[in-house]
Ligand binder design. Structure first.
Ligand code: ADP
Ligand code: LRH
Length: 498
């Protein structure tokens, strides 16, 4: 079989990359063609995404891909984080820069929303967990601020939809990302326009929802000329990065109502959950604040967001500003040398959503809660990593209660699998076997969905088999479980208080 080449533009909250997937019919090989840093940029007190810079980087990646693989390339697809969006005017101008979900415009908006439509009703209509930055609350923040941009908006595109539009001119809303908005109705499989109406929010700017695997068209002529890519199709992956990451979990069984494995998609966030055949919308799910996001192949991701390596990323950024510019491996070594389980934070406490100084925020939380205050950088890092692992144990308990069975194996995928201390701590804290890898699960899920769309691969099950044979996994067995059990009681106390 001739080798087929697919391109994935995978933009995470901390970095973006353009990856070529070389598929020979049995194995997938990745070639990372281009990587660039990504992150918020603040102007006049508002946190934005620099969408045009991101677009420039995507095109740069495509140019390099054209130089390397030319006419061998079949298709390209883009995935990014969820919830954030761009608005276009009726003459297709980008209305401002997309606002970053960590921007404070949504402060208090969730409460404002519940005054209009009770929390239970919103949950029943959408099945989505309440996060302050869901698209619904971002739109409400625009409305409350009498945003002229909202009035002018003719088209709403989620971030990956924006880049697909830039690539080929098609304006659509891809399904998996649409499910992160909190105005998608999983029962009807369409926009929850009635819900939007109750907030007096518009819905005319929403586009048709289309599934992963859809062929959107070919590259615009100007993009072809700028990148040197010709005859390349734009094919939708699961454009929500978490959807693509979970599709690439190298599990041996498919979505089930009694899952024996769960996943943690570990990057800026840790997304922990199970893959179900259909949404689980009940009282317990609402109380635990779990979400039902739409997956590739119409599966449901029942999961909870855990503030993940964001804590570590922000510590690292602050230390670099202070002149201590650590590589990730160096930080892991420092953390390993610090005392074990000395202090914990609840990573999801409001303190850590977007503090100016993350190490200071961690120290002050420990002080406030009467714990040993981590002073050294290594101790702060250890506290962050072990707290993320502990929160995973907390969420594992909820998951087992929701699904009514024991989960035996935890698959960790994403950049966080490179942090061996985090993987081991997760195994230890949860008392479960951890299988770590692949690192680039999101890009792989993106590529495999394109391979399925081009009929080179038959199904998601087949794709997972290919992933299992193409990428090595690292296994972590739980250790020191009784010491972790004891510390967990302390951790639980913190979470339930904060
Ligand atoms: P996102 O998609 O949210 O941008 P990634 O999946 O790319 O996140 O994961 C990024 C994280 O991976 C970083 O925050 C860092 O904690 C971790 N990481 C990256 N490289 C290494 C490494 N060499 N050693 C340990 N951890 C690493
Ligand atoms: C992870 C992610 C997550 C969303 C968050 C905004 O990258 O897509 O699923 O909740 O970003």
């Amino acid at each position: 079989v001739a080798e087929a080449i697919y391109l994935a533009a995978d933009l995470g909250a901390s970095s973006g990359r353009l990856v070529a997937g070389r598929f020979d019919g049995t194995r997938l090989e990745l070639d990372e063609i281009h990587r660039f840093p990504n992150g918020p940029i603040t102007v006049g007190g508002t946190m934005f995404w620099d969408a045009l810079a991101q677009w420039r980087e995507i095109q740069l990646g495509l140019r390099k891909a054209a130089d390397r693989y030319g006419s061998q390339i079949t298709s390209v697809g883009v995935d990014t984080w969820g919830v954030d969006y761009a608005l276009l005017s009726r003459d297709d101008q980008l209305l401002g820069n997309p606002v970053h979900h960590r921007d404070r415009r949504t402060d208090g908006m969730m409460q404002r929303a519940f005054d209009i439509v009770p929390r239970e009703e919103i949950f029943a209509a959408t099945g989505l967990q309440f996060l302050p930055f869901n698209t619904l609350f971002q739109l409400l923040a625009m409305k409350e601020a009498n945003s002229p941009l909202l009035e002018m908006a003719d088209t709403l595109l989620m971030m990956p939809d924006l880049f697909h539009w830039m690539l080929c001119g098609a304006k659509v809303n891809e399904f998996t990302n649409a499910t992160t908005t909190q105005f998608f109705d999983p029962q009807q499989g369409g926009w929850a326009t009635e819900l939007l109406g109750r907030f007096d929010l518009p819905s005319h700017f929403l586009q048709k929802i289309v599934p992963p695997g859809t062929h959107l068209g070919v590259l615009r002529r100007d993009v072809s000329e700028a990148t040197g890519l010709r005859g390349v199709e734009v094919v939708l992956p699961g454009t929500h990065d978490t959807a693509s990451a979970v599709m690439a979990v190298p599990a041996e069984s498919e979505a089930s109502e009694r899952p024996e494995w769960c996943y943690i998609s570990s990057g800026t966030w840790s997304l922990m959950g199970v893959e179900l055949p259909k949404p689980l919308v009940n009282e317990k799910c609402s109380r635990f604040n779990f979400t039902n996001e739409g997956g590739v192949g119409n599966t449901t991701r029942l999961l909870k967001n855990i503030a993940g390596l964001w804590l570590a990323q922000e510590c690292r950024r602050v230390w670099a500003v202070e002149g201590r510019d650590y590589a990730w491996d160096e930080l892991t070594k420092l953390a390993e040398a610090a005392p074990a389980r000395a202090a914990f934070v609840d990573p999801d406490a409001a303190d850590f959503l977007a503090p100016a100084d993350m190490p200071a925020a961690i120290r002050s939380y420990c002080q406030r809660t009467g714990q040993t205050v981590p002073e050294e950088d290594g101790a702060v890092m250890r506290c962050a990593v072990e707290s993320i692992a502990m929160k995973c144990r907390y969420v594992l308990g909820m998951l087992e209660e929701l699904t009514g069975g024991r989960i035996e194996t935890i698959h960790i995928v994403g950049g966080g699998t490179q942090n061996r201390q985090l993987c081991q701590a997760t195994a230890d804290a949860c008392g479960r076997r951890v299988l770590a890898g692949p690192v680039e699960a999101t890009a792989i899920g993106n590529l495999m969905t394109q391979a399925i769309a081009s009929r080179a691969v038959g199904s998601i099950g087949e794709a997972r088999e290919i992933i299992r044979t193409s990428f090595p996994l690292v296994e972590y067995e739980p250790r020191e479980t009784s010491a972790w059990d004891e510390s967990f009681e302390r951790f639980k106390g913190l979470v339930e208080k904060s």
